[in-house]
Every structure is written in structure tokens, then in C-alpha cells.
Design a protein around this ligand. Structure first.
Ligand code: FUB
Length: 318
């Protein structure tokens, strides 16, 4: 635990009965934040860490959804999706992102494929769909969208994780994902079919957890990087989602008490917010992580200022 952060957190927890906002989710351990805004509400899709204090690997049984109308009070809608929802899946519920298109909510998840006639196993990406941001969600395809055998550049079996999806102004949808290398592919309008070849590339210091979005004609690829092992968050920009991507630097340093961290970015009521996870809750750690949020600021030229990690988090908005 970072001592300064712990001291700040404890002070905020105790001073005058005030509660620290960060981590924003305290009832369970959560990781891999993926926020969206829909009809005046922020919906936060998360992973769920349930490993024991002494565990040396993840135990992630399901994905949760939280919502807030003011960025301060968060409601847990429960475990709305699990690898068990997908007949072809087994194992942990890794990073995921849900986006809305034409009134439907597509929740792109990374989990693991059973060893069967389709795949020898390894990480895979699936899609669940619902008419509402809080479900009920069902498997949109009945099979995985991406299996380990579809990408060959990385030799490890868990490289096909951490999908991020966005729809460009011309209606073309793109999915980026990957551990060790970043891969991208176009998606068809159905959002459940690939629309072309998969391309892999290696942004500077890239490890995993990409988050891709567009702002003022500039595309952003924000990702968990090697950092100092623990991870940091770094980013690239481009004028075309197909690249080339220009490396822009570090936006978030190490987080307290967790090897990984993971970006999720959203604009809400005129402000930009940076979601991430750390291990700062009591008994927390690399396999018992917690989601936080702090402000994110852009410079005039579109570059991103360094994120300041705080215990108090962000102010409530009306
Ligand atoms: O939460 C499991 C894995 O840890 C995610 O898929 C990665 O991005 C890292 O946060």
C-alpha cells in the first residue's frame, strides 16, 4: 500500500464522519472499469475479484453493473453476467466493455473457451446483448466472437483478452483487444460478426487493457503499459482508427497495492472522468482490486494531462 494514499484515505474515512469516495465501490472488490453514459446516468460495468487474501491468481466469477446519476452515489445492480451465460466458456470473467447501439446494449467480454471441437481453449471474446443497460443479458451469438486460434502473433493462450469497442461517426464499428500485443478488427453493423482481417501491432510499452474512443476528430488508444512492473497507463493518438498511432506518453503512474491497473474513460455533464482500479481497500491487493475515479483533463492540443490519483475522488454533479 502506498503510505501517502493510505493516510489520505484513512483521514477521509474518519474525519467528521466523511467517507472517502475512492475507491468508489466498497461493497465488493471490483476491477476493469468500463463506464458508459445513457439517459443521464453513468453505467459502470466491472469485473469482480473474489480471490482470498493469500491467493496468487484471479478468481473472478462474474461481471457487475453499477450506476450513478451524480458520480458520487453508486448503486450495485448485481452480477448481471457470468462466463456461465456462455455455453462455450469456462473460467474467469476478465475485462469487458458494454456499448449501446441502436437501442441495444452489447457487452463484449473476455473469458476462456472450453477445450472442444471449436477451440483448444485459451482466452476468448464473447458478446452478450440486452435491450437495457442493466439486462437481462443473453449470449448474442451462441459462440465466441474471437478464439485463441484466430490470432497467432502471441504464443501465450491468454492474449485475446480485454475488448474495447467503439462506433465511428460513419457507423463503422471497431474492436481493439489483446495482451502482449494490441489487435483490432472491424465489426459488422450486427456487432456480432467480424468484418475483415485482424491486425496486430505493438504500441510503445503496451501490455493490455486498451480503451479506444474519439474526441474532436482525434482517436485515442489508452492502455495498461509495462510501467515499472507494476503497470501504468499510457496512450497513443491517431487521425484514423486503422493507425498509424503516435505514442503520447504516460497519463497514470503506478496505483497503490495492485500490479495491474486498467483505464475506462467517459464524459458526463461537461467533465471528463478517468476510471481505474487499485488495491487500496482494506485487505485489498492485486487479486482483490477496487475501482476509483478521478478527473481527466485535456490540453488545447488534445493531449491528456497526467491523472492525479486522489482519495476524495470527484465531486457530486447535479
Ligand atoms: O482482471 C483480469 C485482468 O487483469 C484483465 O483482463 C486485465 O486487463 C487485468 O486488469
Amino acid at each position: 500500500m502506498n503510505k501517502v494514499f493510505l493516510t489520505m484515505a484513512l483521514a477521509s474515512f474518519t474525519a467528521g464522519g466523511l467517507k472517502a469516495q475512492n475507491p468508489i465501490i466498497k461493497n465488493i472488490f471490483t476491477a476493469d472499469p468500463a463506464p458508459i453514459v445513457h439517459k443521464g446516468t453513468v453505467y459502470l460495468y466491472t469485473g469482480h475479484d473474489t480471490a482470498s487474501v493469500t491467493a496468487t491468481n484471479y478468481k473472478m466469477p462474474d461481471w457487475h453493473v453499477f450506476s450513478s446519476r451524480d458520480m458520487k452515489n453508486w448503486k450495485d445492480h448485481g452480477a448481471l453476467l457470468s462466463p456461465k451465460t456462455f455455453s462455450w466458456a469456462t473460467g474467469d470473467a476478465y475485462a469487458a466493455q458494454c456499448i449501446e447501439r441502436n437501442g441495444k446494449f452489447y457487452w463484449f467480454v473476455s473469458t476462456f473457451h472450453k477445450s472442444d471441437s471449436v477451440s483448444k481453449g485459451g482466452a476468448a471474446i464473447g458478446v452478450a446483448v440486452s435491450d437495457k443497460p442493466t439486462g437481462p443479458f443473453k449470449d448474442a451469438i451462441g459462440k465466441a466472437l474471437v478464439i485463441n486460434e484466430m490470432t497467432k502473433d502471441m504464443k501465450h493462450a491468454w492474449d485475446d483478452i480485454d475488448p474495447t469497442v467503439f462506433v465511428d461517426d460513419d457507423g463503422q464499428a471497431y474492436m481493439f483487444w489483446g495482451n502482449g500485443s494490441c489487435k483490432w478488427v472491424k465489426l459488422k453493423k450486427s456487432m456480432t460478426e467480424l468484418d475483415g482481417p485482424i491486425t496486430a501491432f505493438k504500441p510503445q510499452n503496451y501490455i493490455e487493457g486498451p480503451w479506444v474512443y474519439k474526441r474532436k476528430d482525434l482517436y485515442y488508444l489508452v492502455y495498461a503499459s509495462a510501467g515499472t512492473k507494476p503497470e501504468m497507463i499510457e496512450y497513443c493518438t491517431a487521425t484514423n482508427p486503422a493507425g498509424p498511432w503516435t505514442y503520447r506518453g504516460i497519463i497514470q503512474e503506478n496505483v497503490p497495492n495492485s500490479f495491474t491497473t486498467h483505464p475506462g474513460i467517459v464524459d458526463f455533464k461537461g467533465k471528463s472522468y478517468f476510471f481505474y482500479h487499485n488495491g487500496a481497500l482494506p485487505t485489498g491487493g492485486s487479486y482483490r482490486r477496487s475501482i476509483c475515479v478521478d478527473y481527466m483533463y485535456y490540453n488545447e492540443d488534445g493531449t491528456i494531462q497526467k491523472i492525479v490519483q486522489t482519495a476524495n475522488g470527484v465531486d457530486a454533479v447535479k
